[in-house]
Design a binder for this molecule. Structure first.
Ligand code: AMP
Ligand code: ZN
Length: 471
């Protein structure tokens, strides 16, 4: 069966047919980098990373592009507050965002372009749009896109152009009264004192928000792509405007499939910086293992709203624990198994695992239903727990473990974590700490204690020697 994707454009599930066999070109709108990301921002990162992992599992080569918006009013405001260049702010938060992504086991994108490094491409696209009469230059040098010149405007958000007003972000610009039509939106705007700017023929200034994604998608993936994705707040006006710019510039269908995740809410309100009702990823990772947050995000289908609560995080923690305990148990049994060869019954049982894999794939093929995929993993845990014991052969236990690890990895869960914790590196570190203490090098000893703590290991110095336990 092929993968079916709910396409915002057609409002139905469609069979995924790649533009090029065996390849997926996908673009995911990334964060504006002026602060630590909150867990709402982490939802698209985790969800679309899982989409990517599933495509890769199915043998596709995925070219995954996700941008950082590094020029924006909020970044500039923060740079003024701190008295540093805007670039200092954006580079700082790009680095922090990458740390959060790594902790959440979100794979780095094939390319992470940044708006400020793509200005020549933006100038080119704006030139083309002006030449094709889809854009015009106002008296103060602001360049506007002529929204009504794109006959299909509204096709993604299913809005009628006559019912629309200008999008919020585009209303923030100067020269509002110079628009020919309130629906027109900014492609390029004049510089203000103290703000970063680039030279351009119309005026020295900076790009509007929407043009960056059209340009970066074109540069790194080409004029036509398979999937364009982001949170549902981006459908209008951001993605609608991206389509208008790209299709008017390139005369090609911009993206075949448009995927949008629903909001992560708190008390049933969208979590957002502007409402102040957010938790940063960092705050949550102080309290929980990153895998718990990842598991929590995947416990609902990506198109369903998800309400953040301590209770749900606790149940995610317990759910994850069941999975990790099963993997631990398999490792323990494999290590102590005496026979290598599978018995006939074990061969049969191992074949039964195929039906779980089949059900897992069915769930993921159905618009990436991770909630159902997780319940299949729970069923597999039950199956494994009731079929392995101290007499199981190594071949059987390792066979089960291999399948189990593959499924967990598609969801980005590292079930062999505890195996990593038990490995000899950690024992070595404990010994090194003892040596450092003997040599009165307490700084190094403390460093090692912290290093182990970061890996979830707590050391206890007792009369019988050093003992350790999991955090
Ligand atoms: P921003 O930095 O606000 O442009 O957001 C970056 C990405 O996070 C976009 O794809 C947004 O749609 C997404 N996003 C922001 N807030 C939430 C939320 N509360 N729930 C889900 N996605 C969100
Ligand atoms: Zn975008």
């Amino acid at each position: 069966m092929s993968i079916r994707i709910y396409n915002t454009l057609s409002k139905r599930k469609e069979d995924f047919k790649p533009l090029e066999p065996g390849k997926v070109k996908m673009y995911v709108c990334g964060p504006t980098v002026y602060n630590l990301i909150h867990i709402g921002n982490a939802r698209p990162m985790i969800v679309f990373d899982t989409v990517r992992r599933y495509f890769e599992h199915k043998g596709y080569e995925v070219n995954y592009v996700s941008n950082f918006t590094d020029v924006d009013d909020k970044i500039i405001k923060k740079s003024v507050e701190e008295g540093v260049d805007a670039e200092v702010i954006s580079e700082r938060y790009i680095a922090e965002c990458k740390k959060d992504m790594a902790a959440l086991n979100v794979k780095p994108a094939t390319t992470h372009p940044q708006a400020t490094k793509e200005i020549p491409g933006m100038l080119d696209m704006i030139h083309t749009l002006i030449a094709k009469k889809h854009a015009y230059v106002a008296e103060d040098g602001t360049v506007y896109f002529k929204t009504r010149s794109f006959k299909e405007y509204g096709k993604l958000s299913h809005k009628n152009i006559d019912d629309l007003r200008g999008g919020n972000r585009s209303l923030l610009v100067t020269g509002e009264d110079q628009k020919e039509d309130p629906l027109d939106f900014v492609l390029w705007k004049p510089k203000k004192d103290g703000e970063p700017y680039w030279e351009a023929p119309w005026c020295n200034g900076r790009p509007g928000w929407h043009i960056e994604c059209s340009v970066m998608s074109k540069r790194y993936l080409g004029d036509e792509i398979d999937i364009h994705a982001g949170g549902e707040d981006l459908i209008f006006p951001h993605h609608e405007n991206e389509i208008a710019q790209s299709e008017c510039c390139n005369d090609k269908t911009f993206a075949k499939y448009w995927m949008h995740n629903a909001f992560l809410n708190i008390d049933n309100h969208k979590m957002s910086k502007s409402l102040g009702n957010f938790f940063t990823v960092r705050e949550i990772l102080d309290k929980y293992d990153p895998q718990v947050l990842r598991f929590f995000m995947l416990s609902a289908h990506y198109r369903s709203p998800l309400n953040f609560s301590a209770e749900l995080m606790e149940s995610s923690k317990n759910g994850l624990e069941r999975i990790l305990t099963c993997a631990d148990n398999l490792k323990y049994l494999a290590d102590k198994a005496e026979t290598q060869e599978l018995s006939q019954d074990e061969v049969k049982l191992l074949h039964e695992v195929d039906s779980y894999i089949g059900r897992f794939d069915e769930a993921m093929d159905d618009d990436f239903n991770t909630a159902d995929a997780i319940s299949v993993i729970f069923d597999l845990v039950k199956f494994i727990n009731s079929n392995v014991n101290d007499n199981s052969s190594k071949g059987f236990v390792n066979g089960l473990k291999a399948q189990f690890v593959i499924l967990a990895d598609i969801l980005g869960l590292k079930v062999e974590r505890e195996a990593e914790l038990l490995d000899s590196d950690i024992e070595k570190l404990i010994n090194e700490r003892q040596e450092a203490r003997k040599a009165k090098n307490f700084a190094r000893a403390d460093e090692i204690r912290q290093e182990l703590l970061d890996k979830g290991i707590i050391l206890e110095d007792t009369r019988e020697g050093v003992k350790w336990k999991k955090a």
